[in-house]
Design a binder for this molecule. Structure first.
Ligand code: GLY
Length: 321
C-alpha cells in the first residue's frame, strides 16, 4: 500500500516536471537520411554544425527579445535556405531536367492560419513566400508560375534558377540518373518549430524535394498536416523524409492528433507516427515542440541534422544517431 502511494507520488511529480512550462524554445532540422560519421569529413561536419548553430541562434535571439514564433521560424529557415549545405533554397537538389523546383510551408498555431507554395524556380527564399501566402493572400496554397508572380508582386527577391544550382547537387543528379533512381535516402529538407513567450507555436518547412524527380513531383513539405503543422493546443511539427510516405501518413497532423485525442506525450506520438511511416517502407524524421515547451527530435534513419535551444538553458546540436 505504502509502496503504491509512493509510486503514485513519483509518477505525478515526474509528469508535472515534463509539463513544466518553458518560456520559449526553438528546434530546427536540416534533413534526415543515411548520414553517418564514416561518410562525413571533419570539414563538412564542422560546416554543418556551424550553420545549424547560426540558424538556431538567429531564431532564439528573436524569441528572447519577445519576437513572434513566426518571425523566429522564417528567419531561421532563411539562414538554411541561403546555405549551400542543405536541400532548400541555394543547394537544392536537381530534378531530372536539371532544374531546381522548391516547396515550402508555414503555419501559425495561434489561429491555424497556413501558407504554402510548390514547384517554384525563382523565389530566393521560398519560406518567405509561404508566409506571404498566409498573411497577404486569400489562399493557403499557390503553385508554380502563379506563386512566383505573387511573390514578385509582394516584393520578394527573384533570382535565376542557376542561383540555386551547385556542383555537388549536379553530381548527385548524374549519379542518380546513372542508377536510374529517385530515392538516395538523403532528405536534406530544412524545418523549424518555435514557441514564443506568448505561448504561440509556429512551424515551417522548406525543400528542393527529391533528386531526379520528374513531372513536377511535389512532396510532403507544402502539404499542411504532412510536412508542417502547428496548433497552440497541441504542438508544432516539421517533417523531413521520403515525402510520399509522409503524405500518406499525414505525419505532422497525426502527431498533433494523438496529443489532442489520446493525450499522449509528444515523444510517444512522434514514435508511433514514425513507426507507421517505417511499416509502409518510408524513412525520415521530425522535429517538434508541444505547448509546454517539450521538444522532440526523432527519426528512423542513420542521422538527422538537428539543433534545439530553450529558455531554461538547454542547447544541443547533433547529426548522428
Ligand atoms: N520531404 C521532402 C520531399 O519528399 O519532397
Amino acid at each position: 500500500m505504502f509502496k503504491s502511494i509512493l509510486l503514485l507520488i513519483l509518477i505525478s511529480v515526474l509528469s508535472s516536471c515534463n509539463n513544466k512550462k518553458i518560456d520559449f524554445a526553438i528546434v530546427v532540422h536540416g534533413g534526415a537520411g543515411t548520414i553517418t560519421k564514416a561518410s562525413m569529413s571533419n570539414e563538412m561536419e564542422l560546416a554543418y554544425n556551424q550553420k545549424l548553430e547560426e540558424a538556431i541562434n538567429t531564431g532564439y535571439k528573436i524569441l528572447e527579445k519577445g519576437g513572434t514564433s513566426l518571425d523566429a521560424v522564417e528567419s531561421t529557415i532563411k539562414i538554411l535556405e541561403n546555405s549551400e549545405l542543405f536541400n532548400a533554397g541555394k543547394g537544392s537538389v536537381l530534378s531530372n531536367e536539371e532544374i531546381v523546383e522548391m516547396d515550402a510551408s508555414i503555419m501559425n498555431g495561434n489561429n491555424l492560419n497556413a501558407g504554402a507554395i510548390s514547384g517554384v524556380r525563382t523565389i530566393k527564399n521560398p519560406i518567405s513566400a509561404a508566409r506571404l501566402v498566409m498573411e497577404k493572400s486569400d489562399h493557403v496554397f499557390l503553385s508554380g508560375i502563379g506563386a512566383e508572380s505573387f511573390a514578385k508582386s509582394k516584393g520578394l527577391e527573384i533570382v535565376n534558377n542557376e542561383y540555386f544550382i551547385t556542383q555537388r547537387r549536379l553530381n548527385s543528379l548524374l549519379n542518380a540518373k546513372k542508377r536510374d533512381t529517385l530515392n538516395d535516402n538523403k532528405f536534406g529538407t530544412v524545418g523549424c518549430v518555435a514557441l514564443d513567450k506568448l505561448g504561440n507555436i509556429a512551424s515551417g518547412t522548406s525543400t528542393g524535394g527529391m533528386t531526379n524527380k520528374k513531372w513536377n513531383r511535389i512532396g510532403d513539405v507544402p502539404i499542411i498536416g504532412a510536412g508542417t503543422y502547428a496548433n497552440n493546443n497541441t504542438c508544432g511539427i516539421s517533417s523531413t523524409g521520403w515525402g510520399e510516405f509522409f503524405i500518406r501518413n499525414v505525419v505532422a497532423y497525426d502527431i498533433s492528433s494523438q496529443i489532442e485525442y489520446k493525450n499522449l506525450s509528444i515523444d510517444i506520438a512522434a514514435k508511433n507516427t514514425l513507426n507507421k511511416v517505417k511499416n509502409l517502407g518510408g524513412s525520415g524524421g521530425i522535429v517538434g515542440i508541444d505547448k509546454y515547451g517539450n521538444i522532440v527530435m526523432d527519426f528512423n534513419t542513420d542521422g538527422m541534422y538537428r539543433a534545439l535551444k530553450k529558455s531554461d538553458g538547454s542547447f544541443d546540436i547533433k547529426i548522428y544517431r
